[in-house]
Structures are given as C-alpha cells and as structure tokens.
Design a protein around this ligand. Structure first.
Ligand code: DAS
Length: 421
C-alpha cells in the first residue's frame, strides 16, 4: 500500500475507512476522515479494498484571481496555519504548505465575492508565532488596507487570539480586518477551511464593521460563522471547529455563506453590535516591546521562579487565582520588581469575570505592592496589550493609564455573571 491510498478494512467486526499513512511496528496507521490517526494491529486487520492515492499536494484548482472592477477588493494576508496546510501521508502529520496564491487558487468561489489582493507575511504554524511577526502582520495589513475594502488574515488557530489582540491595538482601521483559520486542513473532507475563508472574505468585502475581528464556526456544524471582537475571543477547544468563543460579551456579528458546485448559493450577514461600525481613522501604531511575560500562577510556585520572571522582564501579566491572587509570601517580590521599574499587571485564570483588588486581604496587599489589577481583560489580550504599551513608554504611571484605558473593547463596562461556555 502507498501512503495516501484510500483503504477500507475490517477490524474486530468494525469497518474502518481512511487514508493509509504508514506501517509502524506491526500497526497499520490510517488517517480517518475526522483528521485523527489510528493504529490497527496488522495481523488483526482484514484489508477489504485499496483505492488510488488521496489527492495530496497543491490544490486541485488552478486559476488566477480575476480583477473584477464590479466586486470589492479584499486583501488576503497569509501567515500559515492549518488553513494553509495539508496532510503529509508519510508522517501522517499536517504540514504548513500552501502559499497565499495556492490558498486563493483552492476556492474558485472566491472569485464571485471579491477581487483578491494576496500578500504572504509568513508561513508558519501559529505555535511558532512571536510578537515581532505580529508587527509584520500589522504592517502588511496596513498596506493592504490602503488599497482594499477590507482585509482577511489567514492564521493558525493556536495563537490567533493573541495576534487579533495585538492588531486591535496596533491598528486603527475604518474597514474590517477579519482573522480566520481552520481546525481541519483543506484536503480533508471535514475541513472548515473553505467556509471560514469564504465567510471572512464576505465580511471583509461587504460588512459595515470597522476594527479587528476573528471569524470561525459558530457551532460544530457548517452554516453560521461567528464574528468575534479581536480583544474578547479565545481558543477554547483543541479540535472542535467552533473552538473560538467570545468571552464576557456576545459576538459582534454572524455570517452565513453556502457554496455548491463551485457557486455561492447563499450569503447573509447579521450585525449584532452596531458599536463596531463607528468610524475610525486608518492609523498604524505598531509599538512593540518583546521583553514582556505572561505568567500563570500555580500552587507551590517557587519564589525563585516568580522572582526570575518578574526581574528579567520589563513587564509581566500574572494570571492569578480567583479575583487575581498569588501566594502571600510572593507579594514582597512584586514590590521589589515594581520598585525596580517592572510593570506587574493582574488578570484571572478563571477567564470569566472581573479581577478585584479589594475583596480579599491578599489582593489589597498586592495592590499596595504596586500590582495593577486589569479589570476583566483576558490574560492573552492583556499580554498583547502590555507588549504594545511598553513599546511606547517605560514610565509605570503612563503604562498603568494606558493599560486601564479601553482602546478596543478589551475591558467591558461590567462583567455580567451570565456566561455561555
Ligand atoms: N498548529 C495549529 C496552528 O498553526 C494548526 C491550526 O490550527 O492552524 O495554530
């Protein structure tokens, strides 16, 4: 059997269908249609059929984006991720592969929606993202915004919400910037890549939204995509296609695109929060300080570890417990760090709800030591914002004012106790 062959086999009375990846230590490794790999003991498997190789490699369509003056222009800034990847049947792993042109060539329906202006910013899985590439993305999107009606950023899902947060601060935009990705690569039957890309291009080209957003599946099945605010969204599941959830607020919009036989048969946009259609100037404010840390406190954290992280950085966001607490014996180290000019911000590892500096004595002492409680800002958003703030000032008072100023909806006026997990 060749890697990539479509195999049907019987094992312990069950019929399994998948793509042959490899033989490994007496096991047949198959990639199932849900994207997972399974290993079947070769001596227990009854091969029922082996068909030709699964389509792998470059996309099946080869067409160049047409310049259609009647359609909106949408920039596509590509950074990598599963949406631009395919399965490598030798290893069974997903490998970053497609260029932005390949991506555009994969879905001809895009030509019905917009004239696309592609730009390759990077081609990496987003676990490899670093803040200096956030700035490259911001600069690339800014250039595209000058010549288009909106921009889509294709990105890995693991750290997409960090990137949307940073661009929410580094860019002021009178047009939509929509990040999207995929949980399943486009050469998989269950891929969400097509729907996510088509939906995002539609939002970027046609919607009245202004700002930085993230659009992925609203539920695990195809249909509506949610449009989340870039500073209040988080990846909440390792594999579900509706992994991204708005936290502490509702999505700003939802979009429905349906394509059949290479044609778009339905497109709908529902605005849910008109706040995000307000005018903004186009401005690039790509301040950046990479010497910032995000530290999750855990019971028993060693004083030496806590001290090293605080003293080795210009700023640290701490994900504290409950209202934002750390162990009392660590509080003097906060004072030592702040006195030496380090910004210490406090968020909560509960993810939902607001930090409070006056409910428990622990937090009162932390605030007296100079820690800044960052309201209900998400930890990842606060980290991206501190990278941006300390790129423009090292003055702790100024940094505090900027961190507590609501720039892009990162702080909600009040945290309701309602929540939709
Ligand atoms: N590794 C993941 C990433 O690039 C793949 C993905 O979901 O896009 O974030």
């Amino acid at each position: 059997m060749e890697p990539g062959s479509k195999v049907t086999l019987r094992w312990r009375g069950k019929i399994l269908r998948g793509v042959f990846v490899k033989e490994d230590k007496g096991f047949i490794v198959l990639k199932l249609s849900n994207g997972y790999n399974v290993g079947i003991p070769k001596d227990e498997a009854e091969i029922l059929s082996v068909e030709g190789r699964e389509h792998i490699g470059k996309p099946r369509f080869h067409y160049r984006p047409v310049q259609n003056p009647d359609l909106p222009k949408v920039g596509i800034a590509a950074t990598g991720g599963t949406i631009a990847a395919r399965v490598d049947y030798v290893t069974g792993a997903v490998t970053a592969e497609f260029t932005v042109e390949d991506l555009v060539n994969t879905f001809p329906e895009l030509n019905e929606l917009a004239t696309l202006v592609p730009r390759q910013v990077s081609n990496i899985f987003s676990e490899n993202m670093v803040p200096s590439i956030w700035r490259e993305i911001a600069r690339g999107v800014y250039e595209l915004l000058k010549e288009s009606d909106g921009v889509v950023v294709t990105h890995g899902t693991d750290t997409m919400h960090y990137s949307t947060a940073y661009l929410s601060f580094a860019l002021s935009t009178p047009k939509p910037v929509v990040f999207t990705g995929a949980q399943r690569s486009s050469d998989r039957p269950s891929s969400d890549a097509a729907l996510n890309l088509l939906s995002s291009v539609y939002v970027a080209g046609y919607s009245p939204l202004k700002g930085v957003f993230l659009s992925m599946h609203e539920s695990s099945s195809d249909g509506w995509n949610a449009v989340h605010l870039g500073t209040r969204v988080r990846k909440m599941h390792t594999s579900r296609r509706d992994t991204f959830r708005s936290i502490g607020r509702d999505p700003v919009a939802r979009v429905y695109i349906e394509a059949r036989g290479g044609r778009i048969v339905r497109k709908e946009f529902q605005l849910l929060d008109p706040e995000w259609t307000r005018e903004h100037p186009l401005e690039l404010r790509d301040h950046l300080n990479e010497n910032v840390a995000l530290l999750k406190y855990f019971p028993g954290m060693k004083k030496e570890l806590f001290e090293r992280v605080l003293l080795e950085h210009d700023g640290v966001v701490i994900e504290g417990t409950g209202f934002g607490h750390v162990r009392e014996e660590l509080i003097p180290l906060i004072k030592e760090a702040v006195d030496s000019g380090v910004f210490v911000g406090i968020t909560s590892q509960t993810i939902y709800g607001r930090t409070h500096s006056h409910v428990y004595s622990t937090a009162v002492k932390m605030e007296e030591a100079g820690a800044v409680f960052l309201e209900d800002m998400l930890p990842e958003t606060a980290f991206a914002k501190l990278v941006w703030v300390l790129g423009q000032t090292k003055d702790l008072e100024r940094a505090r004012d900027l961190m507590l100023t609501n720039v892009a909806g990162e702080i909600t006026e009040r945290s309701g106790i309602e929540w939709k997990l």
